[in-house]
Design a protein around this ligand. Sequence first.
Ligand SMILES: Nc1ncnc2c1ncn2[C@@H]1O[C@H](COP(=O)(O)OP(=O)(O)OP(=O)(O)O)[C@@H](O)[C@H]1O
Length: 331
Amino acid sequence: MIEVDHLSKTYGSTSAITDVTFSVEPGEILGFLGPNGAGKTTTMRILAGYLPATNGTAKIAGFDVHENSLAVRQRIGYLPETPPLYPEMTVEGFLHFVARIKGISAGDRANKVTAAIERCNLQDKRRVIIRKLSKGYRQRVGIAQAIVHDPPAIIMDEPTVGLDPRQIIEVRNLIKSLAGTHTIILSTHILPEVSMTCNRVAIINRGKIVATNTPENLMTQLTGGSGYEIEITGETNLAKQVLQNVAGVNLVESIPGNNLPRDNRAYLRVISQLGSEPGKDIAIALVRAGFGLHEMRRVSATLEDVFLQLTTEEKNLQTEVNSAENEGEAA
Ligand SMILES: Nc1ncnc2c1ncn2[C@@H]1O[C@H](COP(=O)(O)OP(=O)(O)OP(=O)(O)O)[C@@H](O)[C@H]1O
C-alpha cells in the first residue's frame, strides 16, 4: 500500500534523509521511530505530497506521490505534527468544510462527517468550538479530518506528542481501531508507542533506516534470543571462559554496576544463540567447574536496548536484519 524506494532529501547542504526504503502492507500500522532530527517529519511530508524528494520515489496505492499528487491526496489522510484546525469553527462545521474541500459530494457529506465523528468518539463535542477543546480532543478532531474521506492510507506525524497520559492512551486506542480497514504509518520518538501500537517498526537514525521488522523479531534477531542473568561465587574471567564453551551460548558479559566482587561474587549476563535454550547446560557447566550458583534468571532484551544499540552505536544492522529475514523466508 505504501512503497518508499531509495528516498533522499537535502535542504541546501543538509542531508535530512538518505536512501530511505521501506514498505507498509495493507491494514498494517508501521511505526517510524527515531530520535529528534532523524528525518521523520521530512519523510512524512514527502509521503503526504507536501515536499518534493531530492531522489528516489514513494508510491501510495500504486500512485507516485510527486507525479500523481492529486490521486495520492484522495487516498491518504495526513495528520501533521500540528493539526490544521480552524479554531473558530465547531467540530462538525470544520469537518463539513474539510469534507467539501476533499471532494465529497454534498449528498454524502453528512454521512461521512457523522462516521468520522463516531469513529473518533467526538459525539459530545460535535457542536463545540474547536478553540474550547482540550489538546486531546483537538488531536481527535485532527484524526477525524484525516479520515473523513475514508482514505485507505493514513500518515501521522507524532500523533501523541504533547498529550497527557490518559489522552495518549485514548489516541493510541483510536489509532489501533483504525488499523485493518486502513494502512497507517505513524512517526514517533517514543519507544513504548511502537510496541503498544504498531505491527512493525522502521528505525531511522540520522536520516538512514537502520532496521525494519516487528518489534518482537527486532529484539530477538539483534540479541540472539533470550538471555540469563547469573550470580555465582568464583572468579569472573574463569566463569566467562566456562560459559563461553557451553553450546548455544552467544555472548557472556559482566553486568554493569556489579563489577566489584563482593564475597568473591560474579554477576554475569549470558545471551543465547537464536533458537537455543542453554539454561540447563549453563547450570551444569558452572556447578561442575566448582562455582557456587546463587541465582539464575531468564531475561529478554527490551525494545529500548535495541533502539539504543541502533541509534547510539551508529551500527547499521539493516544488512544483518535483512539476511536474517531472508533466512527466515528460505526456511
Ligand atoms: N526546512 C529545513 N531546512 C533546513 N534543514 C531542515 C529543514 N527541515 C528539517 N531540516 C533538517 O533535516 C533533518 C531532519 O529533520 P526532520 O524534521 O525531518 O526530523 P524529525 O525526525 O522529524 O525530528 P523532530 O522529531 O525533532 O521533528 C534535521 O537535521 C533538520 O535540522
